[in-house]
Design a protein around this ligand. Structure first.
Ligand SMILES: C[S@@+](CC[C@H](N)C(=O)[O-])C[C@H]1O[C@@H](n2cnc3c(N)ncnc32)[C@H](O)[C@@H]1O
Length: 405
């Protein structure tokens, strides 16, 4: 890794200067972001509407607020993104999959790209949010052209504010729209795709867009389930946009490694996408403080098919940052395996042989606690559970089969 990148890859502090005097509403957040977001002529109509929606009650305190936010951005934090996640509840962010990535994970992922390719000609961040990945990439790759894609106009304004304050606005093309509609002009050199594709379940995807996946997957010789969520669609779009030799690193829900509707993604990863490495993060790592989830980082180089892939499990997000041994697993073994988590953890799967000495019980049996009722919504705490004592309301990482509509 070049010296320049090593210095830039130190994780910034997780701070929210809004803690001392918090930005009080999304309207105030839009107003603050707009003050830092550069030339309004570049904005979309939706962004301008947001910026104009709430004229400040007190211009002096707004100016102070803006200055505090500016200083925090320069210091390496994302006060606007932090405020967004505080103001818009996790439930309200779920339909768009807006879960922002902690800085240490962003830093580790940009570090993977830097280690594999010291200077991509272009970096693309699909579902860019407030721009954590693109801002880190701008710092580590000072010559790269930057493309961010985000369809939420408030996030777009925050991203512009970060880009303008950090001085990479000139290099940035921000596409405010749906990633599936993006086209990329050809360039000389490598494109690096990096980010955290939105995790939106198939119920939230409109019918017209659903057929897009089957058609796209079919064009790559893959049969894709309609149950696939938006994050899987982002991987397919990336495989379509990328050229041979382009590379990428996405963080996504680890369930894709094992569940049926993740099968299409696993085939894509072993095929056109050119999967190279997977790092899984234990739920206990609390990778994402506001949701109970497991996560996996998938690294790929498009169009390649190395005979082995590198797998690694990190128990904590700090472990993710440290160099550590990886397991080299034959591409063919992954292709034969229905579930990849056991391979990552160092065991075997049903598809591998009995001669393996490290089989664990879970490779041979599926053990489920609970009862089969056929009415899973009974077990999900909804409005009816309002009076239950908190000791019974436990967040759980599940196999996401529940019907929570
Ligand atoms: C998981 S968040 C990641 C945000 C940011 N990249 C980060 O890691 O901090 C996904 C983002 O994708 C955006 N998004 C959701 N659907 C999208 C779509 N179809 N096209 C573009 N962006 C989308 C959401 O608004 C959200 O900001």
């Amino acid at each position: 890794m070049p010296a320049l990148a090593a210095e830039s890859l130190r994780a910034p502090p997780e701070t929210d200067p809004g803690d001392s005097r918090p930005i009080a509403s999304e309207a105030a957040l839009a107003t603050t972001a707009a003050r830092l977001a550069g030339n309004p002529e570049d904005w979309t109509v939706a962004e301008r509407r947001l910026a104009d929606a709430a004229p400040p009650a007190c211009p002096v305190s707004l100016a102070r607020q803006v200055e505090r936010v500016r200083q925090a951005i320069v210091g390496g934090a994302d006060p606007l993104g932090d405020a967004f996640c505080r103001l818009r509840t996790a439930a309200a962010r779920r339909p768009t999959g807006a879960v922002y990535t902690p800085h240490n994970i962003v830093t580790a992922m940009v570090g993977w790209i830097a280690a594999k390719h010291c200077q991509p000609a272009r970096v693309v961040d699909p579902g860019a949010g407030s721009g954590r990945f693109i801002a880190k990439a701008a710092e580590v790759f000072p010559l790269s052209e930057l493309v961010a894609v985000e369809f939420d106009p408030l996030a777009a304004l925050m991203l512009r504010a970060n880009a303008n304050t950090l001085g990479f606005g000139e290099r940035l093309r921000l596409f405010v729209g749906d990633y599936r509609d993006l086209s990329l002009p050809p360039i000389r050199g490598t494109t690096a795709f990096i980010g955290n594709p939105p995790h939106v379940r198939h119920h939230g995807i409109d019918a017209a867009r659903k057929t897009w996946l089957s058609d796209t997957a079919a064009s790559l010789g893959i049969n894709a389930s309609q149950m696939a969520g938006l994050h899987i669609r982002f991987f397919f779009k990336t495989a379509l946009l990328g050229r041979d030799g382009d590379l990428g690193c996405f963080i996504t829900a680890a369930e894709c490694l094992d569940v049926n509707y993740g099968a299409a993604l696993r085939r894509l990863f072993l095929g056109r996408l050119g999967g190279a490495e997977i790092r899984s993060l234990a739920a206990a790592a609390s990778a994402f403080p506001d949701i109970a989830t497991t996560a996996a980082i998938a690294c790929f180089r498009i169009g390649t098919d190395a005979p082995t892939l590198h797998l690694r499990h990190a128990r904590t997000d700090a472990e993710l940052m440290r160099p550590a041994p990886v397991r080299a697993v034959a591409r063919a073994s992954l292709a034969q395996s229905e579930r990849w988590t056991p391979l990552i953890l160092g065991g075997t799967t049903k598809a591998t042989t009995w001669s393996a000495t490290r089989a664990v019980l879970g490779d041979l049996f599926r053990v489920h606690r609970g009862q089969v009722t056929g009415a899973n919504r009974v077990w999900i705490a909804g409005p009816r559970a309002a009076d239950l004592p908190p000791r019974y309301l436990l967040p759980a990482v599940t196999r996401a089969r529940e019907d929570v509509r």
